[in-house]
Design a protein around this ligand. Structure first.
Ligand code: HEC
Ligand code: HEC
Length: 467
């Protein structure tokens, strides 16, 4: 008895001892975790980040998504019937597996070889094609924000949707900024319309020609008829119907449930430790959030949707069909193209950063092909600019020859980017982890997105070859 008691107490003592050894590092790891979680939670709520923007879609639309209409939009998006040059559709540049972005640093529109991907050839336009994921929440579209909702809310047309002339405010009656935007690409000559003498001289004329094609197609008449009773009873398909269908498709492209969103909603283990530490740099010492904003009108999209000069290298194509700016025709004046104000020269919209990992190239002209290189440059543009080399940056051969001047760009750099952000190797790795996987909705992956490419389109034209 006595021996057994003795043995038992030894066992208990040993267990306590082992327990202490085993438990103590865990306990301290837990408390570091807790401190990190608390810091990040506090940081996120200070910036008004809730991780709930993706869930707000239908409430903000004021209705449910119309999946039938969205599916029609998906077909038109992939159909070169919309391009009067007969060789390009929205999907020629906005490629499904790439989050409806582009592998090309600078978009290739008409005159292409029907391939979408690295082997696409043809004359280039002026800028990189952005992702069309989550665009429903963007209060201003395009690299120079030239299409915007004056109220700051893309769901609200009360103060009008502002476009450059000739459209001006004429698209303000449409329900959403994306519905209004869908009026534009079909009228862009280098993108879809082409320069053939038969192309109508006005944007309205071009749109009428596109709609005429739709009305001449029995399958489209039937599909639009299923969505619009006016068409079913014999009325014409209108451009607005087409725009509504395209926009509805874009509304379905909400991919805003990244680890950082889950974390903000209380799932503390949704982010890795590196992602959390990277987030602290992003929201804290790195001050990235001062431009890549998440509060208010930014709708948690990691952009203030304002224009800043970030000191990005200017690259230009050997063969293009858009006239570049400047005396050497190798510059992009950005916002100045819209305002006509030389003070706006070289300013571009702060890039929204969600699902960045899907992007093959970075910045408004795709002058970097690796995220690490792009961020390293961005942390110290003034210091890094002279060393920029398009060959080592990995851009295509036809973009390596014509560089625009960098000195005038750097002379205008935003004060917030004029002083380098210095990070240790460890901190840089953590920041990249946050950007690459912390902001990636796992549902936005090439495998699943590719399924959105239709096998055939109603015009019977060939669907592009997606690499
Ligand atoms: C020739 C390639 C090309 C084609 C074709 C094309 N786009 Fe784009 N798209 C771009 C580029 C490049 C931009 C950015 C242009 C800029 O900012 O000046 C863009 C921007 C956009 C944006 C705004 C994205 C943002 O982040 O603000 C939307 C939405 C969009 N396109 C939808 C469409 C739709 C819908 C179609 C078809 C009707 C289409 N695009 C056809 C290349 C293309
Ligand atoms: C002064 C505002 C400002 C600050 C501060 C800022 N950025 Fe940016 N960022 C921009 C602008 C503007 C662009 C687009 C520039 C262009 O393409 O011409 C951009 C582009 C990027 C891109 C490329 C995204 C893409 O789609 O190609 C990344 C990544 C990025 N920023 C990350 C960061 C990080 C990380 C920080 C903090 C260390 C930061 N930024 C700080 C304004 C800012």
């Amino acid at each position: 008895m006595c021996i057994r008691q003795y043995k038992l107490s030894v066992v208990i003592a040993a267990l306590v001892c082992v327990g202490a050894v085993v438990l103590s590092p865990r306990a301290s790891a837990n408390s570091t975790d807790d401190v990190l979680n608390e810091q990040l939670s506090a940081m996120l709520s200070r910036h008004g980040f809730t991780g709930r923007v993706g869930l707000s879609l239908e409430q903000r639309l004021g209705r449910k998504i119309d999946t039938k209409l969205a599916d029609l939009g998906r077909l038109t998006f992939h159909d070169s019937l919309l391009g009067l040059n007969d060789d390009n559709s929205c999907s020629g540049c906005h490629s499904a597996p790439l989050g409806f972005g582009d592998s090309q640093s600078i978009a290739i529109g008409i005159g292409n070889n029907n391939i979408v991907g690295p082997d696409r050839t043809g004359p280039r336009n002026q800028r990189r094609t952005p992702l069309i994921l989550n665009n429903v929440f963007y209060p201003a579209l395009m690299w120079n924000s030239r299409f915007s909702s004056v109220s700051g809310n893309p769901f609200d047309n009360i103060a009008g949707f502002q476009f450059p002339l000739p459209e001006g405010f004429s698209l303000s009656g449409l329900p959403h900024l994306l519905t209004a935007q869908a009026f534009i690409p079909t009228t862009e000559k280098p993108e879809m319309t082409g320069f053939h003498p038969s192309v109508p001289g006005t944007n309205d004329g071009i749109r009428a020609a596109v709609v005429e094609r739709l009305n001449a197609n029995a399958e489209y008449r039937k599909l639009f008829g299923k969505n619009f009773p006016e068409v079913k009873s014999g009325g014409p398909i209108t451009y607005e119907m087409l725009a509504r269908a395209i926009a509805e498709f874009e509304f379905t492209l909400v991919f805003a449930d990244a680890p950082v969103d889950k974390f903000a909603r209380g799932q503390k283990n949704a982010m890795t430790e590196d992602e959390k530490r990277g987030a602290l740099i992003f929201f804290g010492s790195g001050n990235c959030v001062s431009c890549h904003a998440v509060s208010g009108e930014s709708n948690e999209m990691f952009s203030d949707f304002r224009q800043h000069v970030a000191g990005i290298p200017q690259i230009a194509p050997a063969v293009g069909n858009v006239m570049f700016d400047g005396p050497g025709a190798n510059e992009d004046f950005g916002l100045e193209q819209v305002t006509g104000n030389p003070n706006d020269r070289y300013a571009f919209r702060t890039s929204p950063l969600r699902n960045l990992a899907l992007q093959p190239t970075f910045f408004h002209n795709g002058c970097f092909t690796k995220l690490d290189d792009a961020v390293r440059y961005h942390l110290n543009a003034i210091g890094a600019a002279q060393g920029y080399n398009p060959i080592t940056a990995g851009v295509d051969a036809d973009l390596q020859g014509l560089q625009g001047p960098i000195a005038p760009v750097l002379a205008r750099i935003d004060p917030a980017l004029a002083t380098p952000v210095t990070l240790s190797t460890e901190e840089f790795r953590q920041l990249i982890a946050f950007l690459r996987t912390g902001l990636l909705d796992p549902k936005a992956n090439a495998h699943d997105l590719r399924k959105l490419i239709p096998a055939r389109v109603p015009s019977g034209k060939s669907v592009h070859v997606f690499q």
